[in-house]
Design a protein around this ligand. Structure first.
Ligand SMILES: [Zn+2]
Length: 194
């Protein structure tokens, strides 16, 4: 997972100024005690939440790519993620499930979670994040097939009361062997236990 180290950005100061301006435009007194350090905290939080722009998920997978004859389905389920929707910059969060069928190469299981972490720490839409995780694994490991399922709740829907408060949005994408309904079913059966 992403380390919580201090963020270091040449834009921090400028971002703080913008957030100070926004707080003022909202009708608040940016100089009152409780808000004095808020622009700095918000700027640092945003830099941390969008840290994925400076990380290369392909490199993460390639750095832990091992030759292995195993050719059954490998499943990593219930990977927690938190992201920001690019339309409202509000959180959407939930779980990612990944399955792939190796074609001579496997990767460390924690690396799949790292890939999810990197793509989720950018401004996203759930559909694109699903596709990007799928493509990254397909391109680096070249498996016989990969499938990604993402289940998420969107704060921009929940907080603004746009839809049912507890609606869960599910997206999925797949390649290769997962074009067969039977293979998809096997994966879906293994991740749905609720
Ligand atoms: Zn949104």
């Amino acid at each position: 997972m992403l380390e919580k180290e201090e963020v270091d950005s040449p834009h921090l100061e400028e971002m703080m100024n913008h957030y100070r301006g926004i707080i003022t435009l909202l009708g608040e007194d940016a100089e009152r005690e409780g808000l004095l350090k808020t622009p700095e905290r918000v700027a640092k939080a945003m830099l941390t939440l969008t840290k994925g722009y400076h990380m290369d998920p392909h490199e993460v997978l390639c750095s832990a790519k091992f030759k292995e004859e195993y050719s059954q389905m490998v499943i990593v389920k219930d990977i927690d993620f938190f992201s920001l929707c690019e339309h409202h910059m509000l959180p959407f969060y939930g779980k990612v499930h990944v399955a792939y069928i190796p074609n001579g190469y496997i990767t460390g299981l924690s690396k799949i979670a790292r890939v999810v972490d990197i793509f989720s720490h950018r401004l996203q839409v759930q559909e694109r994040m699903t596709l990007q995780i799928k493509e990254c694994i397909q391109q680096t490991l070249n498996p016989l097939g990969v499938m990604v399922v993402v289940e998420a709740k969107h704060m921009c829907m929940q907080m603004r009361g746009v839809e049912k408060q507890n609606a869960i949005t599910t997206t999925s994408d797949f390649t290769g062997a997962f074009n067969q309904a039977k293979t998809r079913e096997e994966f879906m059966n293994l991740i749905t236990y609720r």
